[in-house]
Design a protein. Structure first.
Length: 699
């Protein structure tokens, strides 16, 4: 036996006895390592004789905003060949996309995908894309009314025709042999809107059984892996796959072939989750989405097993467009096999263009040697905060506080932090769940922000933060206390506050960042206010372009303040003194009827309480969103309407805050004529008494 093989077997035995998980060693308590990475992992000698790349869920689009899908495809190819060609075994034998390689399976999308693949695949690399549910959308929409299903004969035939002709495939399903190894390509022809728990017709399943038997007969040892690719996973395997998004029939077929190694997509769950590898009667592996990620929240009463929740990269739940916030969490696998038929996975990070970690699967064919089994949950350890770590109170407000949670660590992955808020009487007031986002690997933040809102002013609260692992194990909490601001305090803006300079520029005083300019706004010294103010001529504005990083903070509550002087009624239908409304967002809007409105989009539509707006004089405006209502204050007088829980962010092309107008996909619109002395953004909803304190400063 080769020395390298003996070394690998010894490590696998040790892993089985101690902790059979993907990460090879445990960091010390004073060295938590890189969140989501593999601290201290020992490099093991491994000489591949086969290497292929596997990924899924690219969702390639041909729209003006394609969510970087084409750029991701280009980067995937570039990094895949660069990594492979730099190794001693320099071949890239295959590239496999486990479904949803397009957004809706249109001819334009498939053409763009296959044109790139055909032009950029190097000699010696076999490429195969697998049909997912998204590939049926275009044809399904065309024939659904006629056939009553997205998966009727005409829809399937039209999808197959595009797939085979544009992909250059002789058959829809395929049995390939690459470097002596068998590869089976299985394409779904059902989905849960028509079939519960079944994603493959009986004919498809019969084909799979026949081809598995043929592949197994080619290897008398039963140890040589047979690689299978399809979009939907087998039920209750990788990531506890739920019946609605998996197939109930696959496992009983695969269980006859312990040497089967099955790759699936669809879940969009991160491959840094240890549950992405599952072994029992065979080996199942969840592939990495190249588009958005969905993450369950371990031990959450609703979003633990039965639901997938889209999250952004600061642990926020994203209620709007789930594809914008987690686009940079892009990982994929290289699968390598050595001459002894042992397998390792190399996890590559497209964001950093480097290897994140290496996972040793070992040999397949004998289930008694499998280490990635469900017993990992029982023997996994609870997460732990580093020694000396503290739960930091960053700031307090009238109705809450902003905290910073240091990242915990464990030998697996920390999934989330359950944050329990305890009131002065000792009872629970709120529970927040913050995702640890350690699925980002070495790009994970060192700390996670926590915004607590809707508390009473002038009272002391205790916060207990419990780290929860991917397996649901809970560690010892961090605890701290804070006292909310008294109602007599004057609010201080904490996200944005404009200042105008004598040279005509404007800055965010909280960061010193200079604002961009549209047109030619000017600045003048106002002797009454004893400060410089912005002057706007109806075609000019300033643009605060750092807003995209703030939407997560203000999604469940904020306050927006301005002190403005409007020359008169709008010459057209409306003008905006300060706004970022474009498919979402918020802002002040002065309309022809003489009223000022505060617009805020709660996901279902814009809400816009309005009040009479004096012109030819300075007026104090405050808009407040608190997760249950939208309120406008004009010189201390208020109007309010009920709302949903979360503000919807503006479209990705218009996420700046426009001072003197409204944001759009260009540099602004709906410009006002008049003056502005102040624009402030607070990360929390202001109570009426606090708004009165602000107004009293200008009286």
């Amino acid at each position: 036996m080769k020395a390298a093989t003996l070394k690998i077997l010894c490590l696998l035995v040790l892993a089985a006895l101690l902790l059979p998980v993907a990460i090879a060693c445990k960091p010390s308590s004073d060295d938590p390592g890189t969140p989501g990475g593999t601290p201290g992992e020992e490099e093991i000698a491994f000489d591949p004789v086969l290497r292929f790349l596997v990924t899924s869920d690219l969702h390639l689009r041909t729209t003006a905003n394609d969510y970087q899908s084409y750029e991701t495809l280009q980067k995937l190819y570039r990094t895949a060949y660069a990594y492979s060609e730099a190794q001693d075994y320099s071949k890239l034998d295959g590239i496999f996309f486990a479904g949803d390689f397009t957004q809706n399976g249109s001819t334009a999308e498939m053409t763009k995908f296959f044109d790139f693949v055909n032009q950029n695949t190097k000699k010696g690399t076999t490429v195969r894309a697998i049909l997912g549910n998204h590939e049926y959308w275009a044809s399904g929409s065309q024939y659904r009314e006629e056939e009553g299903t997205r998966y009727g004969p005409k829809s399937i035939a039209a999808t197959y025709q595009k797939y085979t002709s544009l992909g250059g495939y002789e058959t829809v399903d395929a049995h390939l042999i690459i470097s002596g190894y068998h590869f089976l390509i299985l394409n779904m022809d059902r989905y849960n809107d028509d079939y519960t728990g079944s994603k493959f017709s009986p004919a498809k399943l019969a084909w799979l059984e026949t081809e598995l038997a043929a592949a197994a007969a080619d290897d008398s040892t039963g140890k040589k892996p047979i690689f299978v690719f399809q979009h939907m996973p087998a039920t209750a395997t990788v990531n506890n796959s739920s019946q609605s998004s998996s197939d109930d029939n696959l496992e009983k077929i695969f269980n006859k072939y312990p040497q089967a190694v099955d790759f699936s997509g669809h879940t969009h769950r991160p491959i840094t989750d240890p549950r992405s590898i599952w072994q029992k009667g065979y080996t199942a592996i969840n592939t990495a989405s190249l588009a958005y990620l969905g993450v369950n929240i371990a031990n959450h009463p609703t979003y633990d097993k039965k639901a997938v929740v889209a999250m952004d990269n600061e642990g926020n739940r994203e209620y709007g467009d789930i594809e914008t916030a987690v686009r940079n969490a892009v990982l994929y696998y290289f699968v390598e096999v050595n001459a002894e038929n042992e397998i390792r996975l190399v996890v590559y990070n497209l964001l950093t263009e480097s290897v994140l970690k290496t996972i040793y699967i070992g040999g397949v064919g004998d289930p008694s040697t499998f280490t990635y089994t469900n017993t990992r949950k029982q023997i996994s350890e609870a997460p732990k905060f580093p020694d000396g770590a503290k739960l930091e109170v960053v700031s307090t407000t009238f109705g809450g506080a902003r905290l910073s949670i240091p990242q915990a660590f464990c030998t697996d992955t920390v999934n989330n932090y359950r944050c329990e808020v305890i009131g002065p009487n000792g009872n629970w007031v709120k529970i927040y769940y913050r995702l640890a986002v350690q699925y980002l690997g070495n790009a994970a933040p060192k700390s996670i922000p926590l915004s607590i809102k809707a508390l009473d002013p002038g009272k002391t609260y205790t916060v207990k933060v419990i780290p929860v692992s991917t397996w649901g194990k809970e560690g010892e909490p961090l605890v701290t206390s804070f006292t909310t601001k008294s109602i007599s305090d004057t609010p201080v803006p904490d996200l944005f506050s404009i200042a105008f300079n004598a040279d005509g520029s404007a800055v965010n005083t909280l960061t010193g960042q200079k604002l961009a300019v549209t047109g030619k706004p000017t600045v003048e010294k106002n002797s009454t206010l004893n400060q410089y103010v912005g002057v706007f001529n109806g075609s000019s504005a300033y643009r605060f372009e750092d807003m995209p990083g703030l939407y997560g903070t203000i999604s469940t509550g904020f306050s927006f303040e301005a002190y403005v002087y409007l020359n008169g009624l709008p010459s057209g239908r409306l003008v905006n003194p300060a706004s970022n409304q474009e498919g979402g967002g918020f802002g002040f809007e002065h309309q022809k009827d003489g009223k000022m409105y505060f617009y805020c989009h709660d996901g279902s539509g814009y809400l816009n309480p309005g009040l009479d707006m004096p012109t030819g004089q300075w007026v104090h405006l405050v808009g407040v969103f608190d997760g249950s209502s939208v309120t406008l204050y004009v010189n201390g007088i208020s109007a309010s309407v009920p709302s949903g829980e979360t503000m919807k962010s503006p479209s990705s092309s218009a996420q700046y805050l426009c001072i003197g107008g409204d944001s759009d996909s260009g540099t602004g619109s709906s410009f006002m004529k008049g003056k502005i002395a102040a624009v402030n953004l607070y990360s929390y909803p202001l109570p009426a008494a606090a708004v009165a304190n602000l107004y009293n400063q200008y009286k």
